[in-house]
Design a binder for this molecule. Structure first.
Ligand code: IPD
Ligand code: CA
Length: 261
């Protein structure tokens, strides 16, 4: 097995990005359980392409992916990919050009590689455990901004609106009053990359699924950031949960602000 994951996976994710860029007349193919949770023909096409080609490169690997049925036991194997074929599907449908492809690789439950591609900007974020995080091959790190100067992003947990809107917007409001300003990209995977590269300083969302944060968690950690749930607990890649990630300076303030809400 070739353990230079960046070298092997880069051409595969880039080809998948070309499928996204070639999309025309993107229509909703299916609406999943929950509020406004859409799937398009391209989500499935990109997912099939990734699984087929990653399987060729790593025949013994298992797969957990957003648009298929999954068994969490797969994570206990030597190699298990966690894939979001298109993160930011609503943006993709609306041609908002803020969507990404996210590939995390785990070994016996531990994250060992992450890649997130923004095909619109040609930006590929990668990280291998213990080797740092990179944007198109150049090393990236989280910012060193203090809380008062932080720009933060949040996700609105749109598929769980009624259950989570109160908490989401109360936390967003509390942070807004102490930080500098706020952003909403519509792709959690890209939000992790923006924290990892120091473009923003903090991101939170009250509920995300493992395919949303698998690759991002590795990239943020390798860029020197912290990622936990919103109560400060370690991530669990077998279930949906809240997410908080930031640089190390901002993190304790963010956690305290959330506790006080
Ligand atoms: C969604 C995006 C969005 C976030 C949602 C996610 P999807 O992923 O990451 O930014 O707010 O919670 O589910 O469904 O477009 O892959
Ligand atoms: Ca997603």
């Amino acid at each position: 097995m070739d353990k230079d994951f960046t070298k092997i996976i880069t051409p595969i994710i880039k080809k998948a990005g070309e499928i996204m860029l070639s999309a025309t007349n993107v229509e909703i193919a299916e609406i999943k359980q929950g509020d406004v949770n859409y799937v398009t023909f391209y989500d499935k096409k990109v997912q099939d392409f990734l699984i087929e080609n990653l399987k060729k490169a790593y025949p013994n690997a298992y797969f957990i992916a957003e648009e298929k049925d999954n068994d969490n036991k797969a994570l206990q194997n030597d190699l298990c990919f966690i894939i979001d074929p298109i993160d930011g599907t609503t943006n993709f449908i609306r041609d908002y050009k803020s969507s990404s492809i996210s590939i995390g690789l785990f070994s016996r439950g531990e994250g060992i590689f992450g890649a997130i591609l923004n095909p619109y900007l040609g930006e590929l974020f990668t990280a291998e455990k213990g080797k740092g995080a990179y944007l198109n091959g150049e090393k990236i790190t989280v910012s060193n901004k203090p809380f008062s100067e932080a720009i933060y992003a949040f996700g609105s947990s749109p598929y769980y609106k009624k259950e989570l809107y109160d908490k989401t917007f109360n936390v967003a409001k509390a942070l807004f009053l102490t930080c500098t300003d706020i952003r909403r990209s519509g792709s959690a995977a890209l939000d992790f990359c923006h924290v990892a590269s120091g473009r923003i300083d903090l991101f939170f969302e009250c509920r995300l699924s493992p395919w949303d944060f698998a690759a991002g968690s590795i990239i943020v950690k390798e860029a020197g950031g912290i990622i936990t749930d919103m109560d400060g607990n370690e991530l669990d890649f077998t279930k949906p949960q809240s997410i908080l990630c930031s640089n190390k300076i901002v993190y304790p303030n963010a956690l305290q602000t959330i506790k006080n809400v």
